[in-house]
Design a protein around this ligand. Sequence first.
Ligand SMILES: Cc1ncc(COP(=O)(O)O)c(C=O)c1O
Length: 467
Amino acid sequence: MNPRSDVSHPDTALPVTLDRESGVPLAVQLADALRESASTGHLRGGDRLPSTRALADRLGVSRTVTSAAYEQLHAEGWIAGRHGSGTYVTTSPPGDRPAHGTVSGADLEPAERLDLTPGTPWAEGLDRAAWRRAWRAAADTPPQTRAHRAGLPAYRAAIGEHLLRHRGLAVGTDSVLATGGTTAAVVELASAVFAPGDVVAVEEPGYQRAVQAFSCAGIRVVGAGVDDQGMRPDAVPRGARAVYCSPAHQYPMGSRMSASRRVELIERARAEDMLIIEDDYDGELRFDVAPLPLLAALAPDVVVHLGTTSKILTPTLGAGWMVAPPSVTSAVLDYRERTGTRPSPAGQRVLVELARHGDLGRHLRKLRRELSERRSLLVSALRDGHVRVTGDDAGAHLVVRFRSAEVEADRLARAAALGIRLDGLARHFAGTPSAFGVAIGYAGCSREALHGSLEALVELLRQQPVG
Ligand SMILES: Cc1ncc(COP(=O)(O)O)c(C=O)c1O
């Protein structure tokens, strides 16, 4: 074996800290630390480890401790080649190998054949020639020395055009801020606009990363319930400084916020000096239903509109946008200035190139067609199999409800045993779950795989509840 690098050299830090007070045997602590390093990539296949004697000297422990730890990792398959030429991290750690014997929950992951969790875009549908052309053109621009805190001017203009064409929102280029994506924008808003102790309402169930982003900034998050007309404005508590919602296709339940609720929410926001954060999740995707106006189009004075390329192109671009009242925009820019942060321009450049040549518009049309067909395929199969489907008017996932947490857990486990990964609703609650079922995303897999899974899926979802 060719060692990739030599971490046995004393200058190469091995991330091991032993706690003599903890009561956990030192050999166990050492094995845990090395296993963790190998599984997180700090140590990689081929890395040479120090001899048991050298490591014992460095850590100030007896050689019995290092030998016992190495024995354990050797038995588990993390390290190899103990005699003669030294000890190496194996190139195929235990998790990469096919499971033998009893299949545990953790072993199911390698066996997974089909991922039907929501949120993965149809990356396979991207025109690779257009994609390459855009990256090449983006690479042709000379490196710049100045950071654009608000985003590249050409990107802001391209997003302005996109919002007008595809979301019916007319905004000046100056009102568009580039972001690193929706979640990154929420992180910024949490620190730039709100103060610790402020109350922000988030849909319940809802996007838990938004909940976390607010909570991490010391904001008190309260849940606002949702039903088949989207978030309920009357569930937003008085005194909230803001409310975060996904009106185009509620995540995860899939409902669209009705027109009357939109108006009601805006009236409350204006009356109570509250901001509405409109996560336009799945906004570009709608099937057989009339468009509804964006909250940002109805009330630009109180709405912070967030969009992303993550669902229509790929999350790897790390490019999104924010359109907000001037006070919010300047607070975010001021925050970026103070913290020395800005959204990365690389993904912005690629999007500019895709938009310039019409590839973005072409991709969106193709995406809508493809997802519309997939949705029909899935919905007809489920309905023909007497499975009740909701949340399928928009977006790239739909929902099948169950009556209890037990049924949800049972269906998820049975799906996993078939190699199908589904997303349970219960995990999308910040508090006690009150709705159960699965969200089925149909964009991330191949059409053939989706087609091939229909029979099993219908069978699985229509089974009578357990218990
Ligand atoms: C509701 C919702 N908003 C936003 C995002 C992600 O957006 P971004 O990748 O731009 O952070 C997700 C991803 O799953 C989501 O579920």
